[in-house]
Design a protein around this ligand. Sequence first.
Ligand SMILES: O=c1ccn([C@@H]2O[C@H](COP(=O)(O)O)[C@@H](O)[C@H]2O)c(=O)[nH]1
Length: 250
Amino acid sequence: MFLEKYRKARDKNNSILVVGLDSDIDRIPKKFRNITEFNEHVIKETADLVCAYKINIAFYEKLGWRGYKALEETVELIKQDTKVPIILDAKRGDIGNTAKAYAEAYFDKLKVDSVTVNPYMGRDAIIPFLEKGHVFILLLTSNESAHELEISVYPRVLELSKELERTYPKKVGIVVGATKEDYIKKVSHESGTLPWLIPGIGTQGGNPKILEELKGRDILVNVSRAIIFAENVRNTAEEFREILNKYYLG
Ligand SMILES: O=c1ccn([C@@H]2O[C@H](COP(=O)(O)O)[C@@H](O)[C@H]2O)c(=O)[nH]1
């Protein structure tokens, strides 16, 4: 179960940090021959510093079958070497039978622990994932254009998320961007016990101070580029872990 795995890793590693394996081939240092080698290095350097890994599928799909091979190898490496859960950031959302095919691919074949889903098409685009595993539902994303649509529908998405959580206990979380500072307090009051996946700290400039509003919650804070492409991956991950803990626990 995703939630148990996350809590165990969080408590063992004293960390709410998620390292995002956005392993863009165009940015990987030349000394690594491929994505798998690069990820192996990042995982070795950070496995005792994180509560989860998040793999953004885009950076693998862009390489076709070679990318998919790297994705499978990366999941395998994390499972072999750590007990840390894996979130696949795929942001899927489609009609029921298609959603079921995605869920089979990610939970049955790839065997990740959680998948990000897009709620725009409603519950039948989400339920096939819940039948097999854990999801994080996009609520308020970190990008600038989030205000175009999400700002008006997010209260309804939050209601739907809580409703699904009642039917599928411990299987639902929400994605809230750290850049959405003005909404954190309000959403925190309204989101019950739903765990939060929080991207946007690091390269996107989100303020870790928001974590002061989230003490005691199950939260997972993702940092991708700022860690994996840093000169010293381990030191940088350690620094982020400490900064996040300062606000979340302090
Ligand atoms: O609202 C969202 C949802 C997902 N993401 C993803 O998180 C990482 C962020 O990467 P950084 O390098 O730390 O900026 C990336 O995979 C995004 O697709 C997000 O940023 N915002």
